[in-house]
Design a protein around this ligand. Structure first.
Ligand SMILES: CC(C)(COP(=O)(O)OP(=O)(O)OC[C@H]1O[C@@H](n2cnc3c(N)ncnc32)[C@H](O)[C@@H]1OP(=O)(O)O)[C@@H](O)C(=O)NCCC(=O)NCCS
Length: 184
């Protein structure tokens, strides 16, 4: 078996989605990729980046990026300048099931942070934001990558409920990565 040589690229409206296979196991994310990505690119709502296999028609992972702000909170540990903190939203993000747990996700998060750092030299951008799905593996993944909960008490409550297998009403929780951690 030959080693995979992943190609990382930003896609445009010419990208032929039908030629590629992608299945993350989360319908909402797969549907976004196939049904909505083009519209988001066309109307300037997001840019979409993929990791694909150079030899087979497989998309190994993808993410979408948009500009965004969140309301400043004491617990963010970020200096308060105005009511809103500027950043980049990692809107959609998934790795194909066949390629999960092989560090492709970690590599893509590093790409996201690099893009955000470059962007921050041109436009004010302090953080990368994500609305993480409330799934233990996903939250652990973001925590491992250096993301924090925007609302720490809520984060603690969600983790406690996940550990105790209790029902959680919400589907996502907001997390952020502070780019100043790297810049300083
Ligand atoms: C979450 C996701 C993006 C992680 O990408 P990945 O390539 O599978 O993760 P990595 O191999 O880079 O894992 C890095 C670390 O995250 C944690 N992690 C990732 N997947 C995990 C799992 N299924 N179970 C437990 N820990 C996990 C581990 O700490 C792992 O390090 P380790 O393998 O050395 O223990 C991917 O599994 C995925 O697409 N899941 C479904 C969709 C999703 O949740 N998307 C995020 C939407 S907000």
């Amino acid at each position: 078996m030959t080693a995979i040589k992943p190609i990382f690229e930003k896609i445009d409206l010419d990208f032929n989605f039908k030629e590629y296979t992608f299945h993350s196991g989360i319908n909402e994310l797969d549907d976004f990729f196939y049904e909505y990505s083009s519209k988001f690119i066309q109307y300037g709502y997001s840019q979409i980046y993929i990791l694909r296999n150079d030899e087979t028609p497989d998309v190994m992972g993808f993410f979408s990026l948009s500009s965004s702000t969140i309301q400043w909170e004491e617990s963010l540990g970020i200096e308060k300048i105005t009511r809103y903190v500027p950043g980049i939203l990692l809107g959609m993000f998934a790795i194909d099931e066949r390629f999960q747990r092989k560090k492709f996700g970690s590599d893509l998060i590093k790409k996201v942070i690099n893009i955000a750092l470059k962007f921050s030299k041109e436009v004010g951008c302090r953080c990368v934001f994500v609305d993480s799905l409330i799934i233990s593996e996903t939250i652990n993944f973001y925590l491992n990558m250096g993301f924090k909960f925007v609302d720490i008490p809520l984060g603690k409550m969600v983790i406690k409920k996940l550990v105790n297998n209790e029902k959680i009403e919400r589907k996502t929780i907001k997390m952020y990565f502070d780019l100043y951690k790297i810049q300083k």
